[in-house]
Design a protein around this ligand. Structure first.
Ligand code: G16
Length: 551
């Protein structure tokens, strides 16, 4: 009867669109992300979009996570979660972007009506949403804008308060599978902790970790959530120390700490006082990424990034499959992005003998490719990733009759891992425990882990340009080649070929107003020089814009 259309239009007055100086909002690598003060209207439209999505998907519950993850404290962002806990289906990014760029209430209403008609949405169906947020202070205000969008469209919602991004993904899947024969887990935060802790205890039945692990929580939501999880783990199995847990001081979020800082600057975070060869790990602002590292003596800092977690997990799970006697039935693959170190790629192919796939940046891309395999291990080098078990693989694992005590042991551990590893998205807390399980079983120190292969020297740089939109990559190249600006790729090629084992690519970030340059080569000096030259090439094309305002 048009009541939603009217409400959408009327309520627009409370959440007018910010002046973005001609730039458009876009649903990027991980949803909308920008300076928090520009985001209110976008949040309002996301509420409207989520209601459309829920009605389209037979009233399944849709998730909304309010976070800017690794970005600085003054940014915020929002991403939608589909019913099984995956990222929003990519075709819907078109609708998300369309609604968010409406200039006024009438345009927003028209966009909504257009979507209803085009997507054949029955507005009489129930719409259901759950949402949560990280610890950014702007989150509380943005929740109000979101609720306005949900109320305008008659959507039922539950606010889960603070959560890590993967916890919200868990809750979405648990909610939508609660009446199925195999529910994903109890529909509560407690359910998440219980499932994770139980699985960890199971996976540790035949192993004991050596020494403590210290976790840098980036002063974000991972800190209280890890503390909570530790209550369920108990004090006996694994000693976990926590640093950088100052969530009451918003300015220090991700500042000189956290997974992105450690990976990008290849340095230890603030508060690091690691003794030689002790295990340290860093989470990011919403605890969906994790990297490990250690102090190797002198001034030497050693990083064990997402590539390392992928190779560690793939080799261990591959062994378990073999030892369980399931080798013929279950095949593994590893999914990476162009940021994967060349040495890691070679190790997976030549030593682990596994198939590799390379996709564009963003978990949304990796996840779908990994889901095509019996077991798909996917990690970005920045520490964002997980391991997916297909329904077929789970069935094989569940019904398999072990033929010996050794097979039983391997199968028990494999089963535990299928519950420990978050099946919806990369989860720093569950990945932390996964790494701990593998190291304990292999009886490996961080040095042993590092010793599996030698990384090629690499560098990741960021260049601020006037318009990063002109940096577009060629489809099907996993972002390794530019098609625009014209002539740029040829210039990059001419530079890169001068360096031994040189590899370099340039792409626009989808979460920050910058262009990223990744390079690796046989020597440290060459890597620095090459990435420096490419960075200059880009800077000279576009004068530096010191005030990035829209991401
Ligand atoms: C997000 C995405 C990641 C991606 C990262 C950087 O991480 O979830 O998949 O690797 O951004 O993306 P870009 O290079 O496009 O800026 P997070 O942890 O910030 O959500």
């Amino acid at each position: 009867d048009g009541k939603y259309e009217t409400a959408i239009c009327e309520r627009f007055a409370d959440w007018p669109r910010a002046d973005t100086k001609g730039k458009e909002f876009s649903y990027g690598t991980a949803g909308f992300r920008m300076r928090a003060d520009l985001l209110d209207f976008v949040m309002y439209t996301v509420g409207i979009l989520a209601s459309l999505r829920s009605r389209k998907l037979n009233s399944n519950t849709i998730g909304i996570m309010i976070t800017a993850s690794h970005n600085p404290a003054e940014d915020n962002g929002v991403k939608l979660v589909d019913p099984m806990g995956e990222m929003l289906e990519q075709e819907w990014e078109f609708w998300a972007t369309g609604l968010a760029n409406s200039k006024d209430g009438a345009e927003l209403r028209n966009g909504y009506m257009h979507a209803v008609k085009d997507l054949k949405i029955e507005q009489t169906k129930e719409a259901k949403v759950i949402f949560a947020r990280d610890t950014r202070p702007s989150g509380a205000r943005l929740v109000k804008a979101l609720i306005a969008g949900l109320e305008a469209t008659g959507t039922k919602y539950i606010d889960y308060g603070y959560a890590t991004t993967p916890q919200l993904h868990y809750l979405v899947r648990a909610t939508n599978t609660q009446n199925q024969p195999i529910p994903y887990g109890e529909v509560s935060m407690e359910g998440y902790y219980k499932k994770t802790a139980e699985a960890f205890k199971q996976a540790m039945k035949y192993a004991t970790p050596k020494g403590p692990v210290t976790v840098d929580c980036a002063n974000g939501v991972g800190a209280p959530k890890l503390k909570e999880l530790m209550k369920y783990l108990g004090p006996d199995i694994l000693e976990i120390n926590i640093v950088n847990d100052k969530i009451e001081n918003p300015d220090v979020l991700n500042k000189n700490c956290g997974a992105d800082f450690v990976k990008t600057s290849q340095r230890a975070p603030l508060s690091f006082d690691g003794k030689l060869f002790e295990r340290w790990a860093s989470l990011d602002g919403d605890a969906d990424r994790i990297v490990y590292y250690f102090h190797a003596g002198g001034n030497v800092f050693r990083l064990l990034d997402g590539d390392r977690i992928a190779t560690l997990a793939a080799s261990f799970i591959g062994d378990l499959v073999r030892k369980s006697g399931l080798e013929e039935q279950i095949k593994l693959a590893v999914v990476q992005t162009a940021y994967a170190n060349g040495a890691a790629t070679k190790y997976v192919e030549k030593v682990l003998n596994l198939k590799i796939e390379t996709t564009a940046t963003g978990v949304k891309h990796l996840h779908h490719v990994a889901a095509r395999y019996d077991i798909g291990v996917y990690f970005e080098a920045n520490g964002h990733g997980t391991v997916l078990f297909s329904a077929r693989a789970l069935k094989q694992i569940r019904k398999h009759e072990p033929q010996s005590p050794a097979q039983l042991e391997a199968l028990d551990t494999l089963k535990a891992l299928t519950d420990l590893i978050n099946q919806t998205v990369g989860d720093a807390l569950s990945d932390l425990l996964l790494v701990e399980v593998v190291l304990a079983h292999k009886e490996w120190s961080v040095e042993d882990w590092l010793g599996t292969y030698t990384d090629l020297p690499n560098k990741l740089a960021k260049v601020y340009v006037q318009d990063r939109g002109v940096y577009r990559t060629v489809q099907g190249t996993a972002e390794r080649r530019l098609e625009s600006p014209p002539g740029m790729q040829e210039k990059i090629d001419a530079t890169v070929k001068k360096y031994k084992e040189g590899r370099c690519f340039v792409r626009a970030s989808g979460t920050e107003d910058a262009v990223r340059v990744y390079g690796e080569a046989a020597e440290v000096y060459d890597t620095e020089d090459m990435v420096g030259k490419i960075t200059e090439l880009i800077s000279s094309q576009s004068s530096r814009d010191m005030e990035p305002f829209l991401l």
